[in-house]
Design a protein around this ligand. Structure first.
Ligand code: IMP
Length: 442
């Protein structure tokens, strides 16, 4: 069986913690999209692990797979694997041979394009990891795949074709000198070949590469449990998010099939768990109708630790946006919901939930397709009584009914509005600080 974990907001919903919680019973944890733009924080016995590429399940000894829908920066991959080994772990990480590879020029061009857009409204506020330019090359059929790193002649041919294009793009379009000593190696075909062949040799020596679809289908046939770990969130989906302020892949549940090679029926027979925060956060640009500012925003940001895992940027915070989560529930077909950061909202006298928008005088219940119309939406709020702080560890042990009554009222309202049962409630950063109502793999 598969369990797919998908963010229902703008990323940073705490999916890493959910994967950690449910991943214990999984045999494989696979990512199906994104790359080292994804920040996952996992706390094990008070020890914090921050990962941006390797699936977080490996921290607990589960096999981790980067599916074909991912974009892989081998430098990050090996840094993370080596760092885990230094901490005494023995991570078993496999990488799809069909996954695309991030090369240094992708990062340089990511920054150059963002700089070029910075005078307009088009800047996406990317993580600068080269994600968009790598998916761009994938779609343009000039990308380099993990399997190519194992084939010296093929790798050389591809690099020699693509590097002159990238040099021209850098210098002629973005005014970036490809021979600038700061990044000259990123545009040097021979240096790239040597570096990426070395990565290929290491991937091969360590037996890390697989045909992801076959690997997973065999595991499913053998009765193994597979957790499919989405990165980012529905609002950042290239099709269903706030284009162009999105990432360049499909975090939504359909991506779990195309990004791994498992059939949609296999994914669809499993569970699809939506993860939300009890409020809303966004890092990067784009609309956010419920955005807060001033002291209230600062308090939530500080209490919730709302700073980007990958970039350290302060996150924008706002009230829970139901129209967005309704949109996510439809696009993903959730079977269950996890609501995180319920402890972060404790202590406020009152809270607001955006239940609909006003758009040009009309009531709108979900996210408009046009991003500029979304930006014009004014939230309609429903007010909720706040709840007090609690001994959250004890609450987690006792279960859902031990949550403060007002918190339960808030959660039951959200679950009713998106017609999806609540599987778990996060009341702190550690796995023990989770109220578990439903474990899809138990
Ligand atoms: P990119 O994925 O680096 O191209 O960035 C595109 C947009 O997605 C930017 O607004 C980023 O801030 C956002 N983004 C990418 N990854 C994450 C994530 O893991 N959490 C939250 N936002 C993200």
């Amino acid at each position: 069986m598969t369990v797919t974990i998908v963010g229902a907001q703008m990323g940073d919903e705490g999916k890493g913690g959910v994967v950690d919680l449910y991943g214990d019973e999984a045999d494989v944890v696979a990512r199906y999209q994104g790359g080292d733009n994804a920040g996952h924080t996992v706390v094990v016995d008070g020890d914090e692990f921050k990962l941006s590429l390797v699936p977080s399940g490996v921290v607990r000894g589960t096999v981790g797979l980067l599916g074909n829908g991912c974009v892989v920066n081998p430098a990050t991959l090996f840094d993370e694997v080596d760092a885990l080994r230094e901490r005494g772990l023995d991570p078993d990480v496999r990488v799809a041979r069909r996954a695309h590879v991030i090369l240094p020029y992708h990062r340089v061009l990511d920054g150059a394009e963002e700089a070029a857009k910075s005078d307009s409204d088009l800047e996406a506020g990317t993580t600068g990891r080269g994600i968009g330019p790598t998916y761009e090359d994938k779609a343009a059929r000039r990308g380099i795949r993990v399997g190519d790193l194992l084939d010296p002649a093929g790798l050389r041919e591809r690099i020699e074709y693509v590097v002159p294009l990238k040099r021209t793009l850098a210098s002629e379009v973005f005014g970036v000198d490809p021979d600038d000593p700061d990044h000259a190696e990123a545009f040097d075909a021979e240096a790239l070949y040597e570096q990426y062949r070395a990565y290929g040799r290491r991937l091969d020596e360590e037996g890390m590469t697989v045909d992801a679809g076959r690997f997973l289908a065999d595991r499913v046939a053998a009765g193994d449990e597979i957790l499919l770990e989405g990165a980012q969130g529905t609002g950042l989906d290239i099709d269903h998010g706030s284009y162009p302020y999105v990432t360049s892949s499909n975090p939504t549940a359909g991506g779990a099939a195309t990004g791994t090679g498992l059939g949609v029926t296999t994914v669809g027979r499993g569970e699809v768990v939506g993860v939300v925060k009890a409020y809303f956060s966004r890092v990067g640009t784009g609309p956010m109708p419920t955005e807060l500012d001033g002291d209230l925003a600062e308090t939530i940001r500080e209490r919730g630790g709302e700073y980007g895992t990958v970039t350290g940027r302060p996150r924008r915070v706002g009230w829970f946006d139901l129209p967005l989560v309704r949109h996510a529930a439809r696009a993903n077909g959730y079977t269950g919901l996890v609501v995180n950061h319920v402890d972060t909202l404790a202590g406020f006298d009152e809270l607001q939930v955006c239940v609909a928008y006003d758009l040009d005088g009309e009531r709108v219940e979900t996210v408009p397709s046009e991003t500029d119309r979304w930006a014009r939406c004014e939230p309609r709020y429903r007010r909720f009584e706040g709840w007090p702080g609690a001994d959250w560890g004890a609450v987690a042990e006792e279960g859902y009914d031990a949550l403060p009554a007002n918190a339960r009222e808030y959660l039951d309202f959200l679950a009713g509005e998106v017609d999806t049962p609540i599987y778990a409630v996060g009341v702190g950063p550690g796995r023990e600080e989770t109220v578990v109502r439903e474990h899809p793999l138990e």
